[in-house]
Design a protein around this ligand. Sequence first.
Ligand code: PXL
Length: 310
Amino acid sequence: MEENRNRNEKQASQKADQSAENRPGMHQKKAALINDLSGLGRCSLSVQLPVLSVMQIECLLLPTCVLSNHTGYPSFYLRDLTEDLDLMMEEWKKQKVEIDAIVTGFLSSEKQIHHVLHFLDLFQKPDTLVVVDPVMGDHGKAYPTITPALQKAMRTLTDRADVLLPNLTEACLLTDTEWKEHFLRTEIEAMAIQLTEMGARKVVISGIEEGQNICDCTLEKGSQVHWIESKKSAQMRSGTGDLFCAVLTGALLHEKSLEQAARMAGDFVRKALEVTKKLHVPDEEGTAFEMVLCDLCWQCEAKGQEEGGF
Ligand code: PXL
């Protein structure tokens, strides 16, 4: 037993040395995740942390609130952390933390938007990637915690986003577009353009269902709209947006283009949903992404061998 442990420790240490040697001067990037911590139901920080970690990104966590479970369950307990946010970020500032990406997600009140703006004022540098996931709803319905004031305030974050990642419901809420079951592509493209006019540099409207396909619509301000299509493997469920956001952020931090990053994120979510369906996981319990997490590891390792970094 003792011998085995010593051997494993030695192997791990050799692997770490080799990994560092293969990546001379490599700077491990840091992402600050401003999102909720839901104890049950696989969403937000509990899925974004493992995903970004296997993508070799160091995560700094700023929980906006702690929930017993996500709001899709019949009931939930929520402990709001609004009053703690400034205290936490001031401490990070004292530690002179430098951040490569700031990723925002579930915010429990309109007041939290002001704290996020304060966070951006403290930590955003010219080359910091700001990813805004305007978590507000799904399937045409706003989550129970979304007030009209929060919906309106979320628009001020759009203006600060290098990348804005709404689903179709959230794109409607941000652009004041009435929800309907079927949108034409031209209508969705018009929303993406409107979102860039509201300040977002890049927009990905994700998880758009089109018959047997699931599509993502990407737009870089001043450029053409692109559509990414893939076969729908299973129904979208809680946490898929958070997974998409994490993979896309990791890929962008590893210098992928917006389209490549969106494709990688979409592929990962699709594979995770396929496994989830096979395992008959109840809807509320989210996506069994753990079963395909290794795929991201392998992609990182393959890239590491090719280029001395992911
Ligand atoms: O995955 C989106 C999300 C994030 N956080 C909380 C949620 C939801 C969706 O239901 O309830 C707390």
